[in-house]
Ligand binder design. Structure first.
Ligand code: C2O
Ligand code: CU
Length: 426
């Protein structure tokens, strides 16, 4: 699908996020907005009048007090993606709370244990509400943040317009059975659009797109990838192309060496998503790029439970139980019984097999897990793991957060069409 570059670029200026600082109570109001997109005014949904919603910023250890004030004429819920919150604050219909009906509000109250790049989004009819704009960045600063000149967010988003150039409101279920709802316009929504040569940047890259995977290639920067899904890498990686499936994040610390161009090079594409122009020069930092301090997570040992999770379904696949198109272990839709019933602090290992014709990104709520490499060594901590067609991946985690936690494909069309299960920790 080709994206018109001029359209993509005009999206850039559309939204400069305004940080809402976390010291006091914040109110998030999901509402109908008309926003300038691709040279058109499009009816979307936004938190507090914008797409994306306000950038929420806290410091590690702060207490977040956030009121959801539902001014939609539909239900609402907010999920704090990647944040290890108490179960009743997780924002998931059926498992953790009732949907907030129009005119009602709900007070979310939780401590933010981890520093890093997270995000928030609707978790009610999320394939539709996130696609219409109900998402935003949730940033938790380290107690001693690394010195940078600009700390900015990059949100990769796509939009599906119909033949008349209007937001496609059909949400055609036929798309659910394949790669999901892919937009015909894609862009990087940047929290600023110019920098100086020599600036040290921290880019907090988030993929809130409902179904689209990006391979993000950046020119004009020299630096390192320092965190994935909000969790610092023990050893930062060279800044090469970054795979970002829906829900995933990457933190980059890098110095500006020229105009910065962000391109999507996934699956043969080469599309400009956004640019940072250079407006001046400063002498570059002579200190090396630091690794970020780790967040406190329990290191998994020998698993108490080992479980297989087989992904099946999609267009043309044989039948399974349940009503949707996609299935996990042959059941489509949230099963009555959890995939795993663990006792608190037990270690689990899940061997995930993608036996479908499409990639998927499996997201666990309430915890981060380690990906395991082929020889069983602990890889990076993630909250969402991407599986290519035919791929198998083992993940392991210490389940130290009690409650009922969803495990689902973060391609939200797939989730809506049955690719979801849950884990209980008691
Ligand atoms: Cu980011 Cu269950 O979601
Ligand atoms: Cu999927």
């Amino acid at each position: 699908m080709k994206v018109n570059r001029r359209q993509a670029l005009s999206l850039l200026a559309a939204c400069m996020a305004t940080p809402a600082l976390g010291a006091s109570r914040i109110t998030l109001r999901p509402e109908k907005v008309v926003t300038q997109v691709a040279g058109r005014r499009l009816p979307m949904l936004g938190f507090n009048g914008g797409v994306p919603g306000p950038q929420l910023r806290f410091r590690q250890g702060d207490t977040a007090q956030i009121r959801l004030d539902n001014t939609l004429d539909d239900g609402a819920l907010v999920h704090w993606h990647g944040l290890r919150v108490p179960n009743r604050m997780d924002g998931v219909n059926v498992l953790t709370q009732d949907v907030v009906i129009p005119g009602e509000s709900f007070d979310y109250l939780f401590d933010v244990p981890d520093a890093g790049t997270f995000w928030y989004h609707s978790h009610y009819l999320s394939y539709e509400q996130v696609s219409r704009g109900l998402f935003g960045a949730f940033i938790v600063e380290e107690r001693n943040p690394p010195a940078v000149d600009q700390d900015m967010t990059v949100q990769l988003f796509d939009l599906l317009l119909d033949a008349d150039g209007q937001h496609d409101d059909s949400f055609d279920p036929a798309r659910f059975a394949t790669e999901g709802r892919l937009g015909n316009i894609k862009t990087a929504i940047l929290s600023r659009n110019s920098v100086q040569q020599g600036d040290r940047l921290r880019l907090r890259i988030i993929n809130p797109s409902v179904d689209r995977i990006y391979r993000l290639s950046v020119t004009g920067l020299e630096g390192q990838i320092v965190a994935l899904d909000g969790m610092p890498l023990e050893a930062p990686q060279a800044l090469g192309p970054m795979m970002l499936a829906p829900g995933q994040r990457c933190d980059v610390i890098a110095d500006v060496t020229g105009p910065v161009t962000l391109r999507d090079t996934y699956d043969g594409a080469d599309d400009v998503l956004g640019q940072l122009t250079v407006t001046g020069t400063r002498s570059p930092s002579d200190t090396p790029i630091p690794a970020l301090p780790p967040n406190r997570t329990a290191r998994p040992g020998t698993p108490d439970h080992t479980t297989k999770l087989v992904l099946r379904g999609g267009a043309g696949a044989p039948a399974h139980r349940g009503t949707g198109t996609w299935a996990l272990n042959d059941v489509s839709g949230l099963p009555r019984r959890p995939l795993i019933a663990a006792k608190r602090n037990q270690t689990v290992r899940i061997d995930i097999e993608n036996r479908t014709g499409f990639p998927h990104v499996m997201h666990l709520h309430g915890h981060h897990f380690h990906e395991l490499d082929a020889s069983g060594n602990l890889g990076p901590l993630r909250d969402s793991t991407l599986l290519a067609v035919g791929e198998t991946r083992a993940i392991t985690a210490v389940l130290d957060n009690p409650g009922a936690w969803m495990l689902h494909c973060h391609m939200l069309s797939h989730q809506a069409d049955g690719m979801a299960t849950w884990i209980s920790v008691s």
